[in-house]
Design a protein around this ligand. Structure first.
Ligand code: AMP
Length: 192
């Protein structure tokens, strides 16, 4: 049995937390593009410096850079039997690239989980996270910009995945464990 999944959701929807819980449950690694960029930023390498100039403003890192990083990561042996992609794809070009990468690897997605939450709730959660985590891209402007980009470029991807019968939408409001149960039930439902 393999699980090749994407988890989507706006900032503050609990996407990262739910991706990690689902990964534990299914026994597959998560691939978080945000975490990969943060690792490069911490290492202060060229990719990290480039990424910082975009992430600090809440903008997307250019597709060529992001796609190449994901292509390299998906070729690694630990994700050969399954993965949860957290934060990728974020626009239609990345969606197409992901299809190409997986086709080149002789495989394809099994499902896509979309976590939903109202914008007011998301802003409140993000401000709370900013106070606790002090992430350098959690300024009010960057938070608002990320939510706009999600609405304009990322949320529309659900139509493509929906048309392929891959999409399940899960209400992201509630206790972490409760949402995790909903996600797990939804994933069991979408599997081929
Ligand atoms: P996240 O941890 O998912 O909120 O990502 C943090 C930041 O990393 C985003 O605001 C973007 O600047 C960058 N990033 C993460 N994933 C992508 C992606 N798929 N495409 C472009 N930029 C990304």
């Amino acid at each position: 049995m393999s699980y090749r999944l994407v988890i989507m959701g706006p900032q503050g929807s609990g996407k990262g937390t739910q991706a990690a819980l689902l990964a534990d449950r299914l026994g597959v690694p998560t691939i978080s593009t945000g975490d990969l960029f943060r690792a490069h930023m911490a290492a202060q390498d060229d990719l990290g410096e480039l990424a910082r100039s975009y992430t600090s403003r809440g903008e997307l890192v250019p597709d060529e850079v992001t796609n190449a990083m994901v292509r390299r990561r998906l070729a690694e042996p630990d994700v050969a039997d399954g993965f949860i992609l957290d934060g990728y794809p974020r626009n239609c070009f990345q969606l197409d690239e992901l299809d190409d990468i997986l086709a080149d690897l002789g495989t394809r997605l099994d499902g896509v989980v979309e976590l939903t939450a109202e914008r007011d709730e998301l802003m409140a959660r993000m401000k709370h996270r900013a106070e606790i985590e002090h992430r350098e891209d959690d300024t009010d402007e960057a938070i608002a910009r990320r939510l706009d980009i999600y609405d304009e470029q990322t949320a529309p991807l659900t139509a493509s995945y929906g048309a392929r019968g891959l999409l399940v939408t899960v209400d992201g409001i509630g206790e972490i464990d409760e949402v995790a149960e909903r996600v797990a039930r939804a994933v069991t439902g979408v599997r081929n």
